[in-house]
Ligand binder design. Structure first.
Ligand code: CTP
Ligand code: MG
Length: 181
């Protein structure tokens, strides 16, 4: 696979994991997942992790994966790259895994004394990648092995923090998010 095909595949395959966190910002609000509970005087997760944001983000990612699957062939032909489709368990693993990674990161942030919205470089940018990929590898090892080759994984690790900072910067500029990370 050449470099362009690797980058295009990495971006395409990760889209169902990239979109949920951004969609959660739009859906967010309402009851927090931790119900306000604390541990050692600090919130378990905080008000930034809500049921509505998690459900809305996951659903958006799954629907996006189904949409991408429907157009993978014509788009792939047009750009000359063979693009993967997403079986439903894979779609759920990518989208929900991304949300779960973000939730686990908030748990770690609260345990290390960081308030809601505080930045934690690299954890903020890669938490959701790691959990989305691990969950996907568990639910469909064959699909994972075919799509997420080592060059694709390496591309994801380099590309994701850059994209994440870019999109969060835009969400901040649009006043959708309170911090640019
Ligand atoms: N959000 C949500 N549910 C989630 C993830 C995000 O409702 N599972 C919404 C919340 O409104 C949150 C916003 O999206 O404030 C931005 O998400 P994020 O940056 O992950 O949360 P923070 O508020 O920064 O909190 P934390 O420090 O815990 O990351
Ligand atoms: Mg945040």
């Amino acid at each position: 696979m050449d470099l362009v095909a690797t980058v295009v595949t990495a971006f395409w395959a990760m889209l169902p994991a990239y979109v949920p966190n951004n969609a959660a910002v739009l859906f967010g609000g309402g009851a927090p997942i931790d119900g306000g509970r604390t541990w050692n005087g600090r919130r378990l997760l905080g008000d930034g992790k809500t049921w509505r944001g998690t459900a809305g983000g996951t659903l958006t990612g799954v629907l996006l994966a189904l949409g991408l699957s429907a157009v993978a062939e014509p788009i792939g032909e047009a750009i000359g790259v063979s693009l993967p489709t997403f079986p439903i368990p894979v779609a759920i693993a990518l989208a929900f895994g991304a949300m779960l990674g973000d939730i686990l990161a908030s748990f770690v942030k609260r345990r290390t004394g960081r308030e809601r919205g505080a930045s934690f470089p690299l954890l903020d940018q890669l938490d959701f990648v790691v959990v989305a990929l691990v969950l996907t590898a568990l639910v469909d090892p064959a699909w994972f092995g075919e799509v997420f080759t080592w060059p694709v994984i390496a591309t994801v690790v380099v590309m994701t923090p850059l994209l994440h900072l870019g999109t969060n910067g835009i969400a901040y500029a649009l006043r959708l998010k309170e911090e640019p990370w």
